[in-house]
Design a protein around this ligand. Structure first.
Ligand code: HEC
Length: 151
């Protein structure tokens, strides 16, 4: 059925495994994939590919569990508000680098402690505000209660 539907339109065909395989990517190529991702994708999908909100109630989905094949297809077809990244703009090598970057990022342990959803400064700021400032307020109350003047 998929083959029949594919035969109806001139869109790009289903990629071969070697078009999106990340085997043999060097650390430099993965770093370049990170640059490409930050330049072209992070505005919608967040810096780590965790997804994000877009205008008019739509959103760019998280890419945490997205397969290489799916990423390749999304870039070549541009679903919904996502722009098309044709092979003239992004070569297969660039797509592979991006997939390699996403895989590497998602395999990375969170050495800095809690990732807090990895969605950036909002959750980190909220955490800092509630826990950090909250602790200062509690300490101030505690000190004021123990102080001589309060007796
Ligand atoms: C203008 C915002 C925008 C940009 C830029 C963008 N995307 Fe998307 N992307 C979307 C939206 C919106 C969807 C959801 C489309 C849908 O639901 O049909 C999507 C869907 C996807 C999907 C399919 C995910 C799934 O689970 O179905 C992948 C993979 C993807 N994008 C990868 C990328 C990559 C890689 C780049 C950079 C080269 C990129 N996107 C750039 C908005 C964007």
């Amino acid at each position: 059925m998929a083959a029949y539907v594919a035969s109806l339109s001139p869109g790009p065909r289903i990629p071969d495994a070697e078009q999106y395989s990340t085997a043999g990517l060097t650390a430099e190529q993965i770093a370049r994939g990170g640059e490409l991702f930050r330049t072209n994708c992070s505005a919608c999908h967040n810096i780590e590919g965790r997804g994000g909100a877009l205008p008019n109630g739509s959103y760019a989905p998280s890419l945490m569990n997205t397969s290489g094949k799916h990423i390749y297809e999304a870039m070549r077809t541009g679903p919904q508000q996502m722009p098309v990244f044709a092979s003239g703009t992004m070569t297969d090598q660039d797509v592979k680098a991006i997939i390699g970057y996403l895989n590497a990022t998602h395999a990375q342990p969170s050495d800095g402690g809690f990732a807090l959803g990895g969605i950036g400064p909002v959750s980190e700021g909220l955490w800092g505000w509630i826990i950090g400032v909250g602790a200062c307020v509690l300490a101030a109350i505690w000190l004021a209660r123990k102080g001589t003047r309060s007796r």
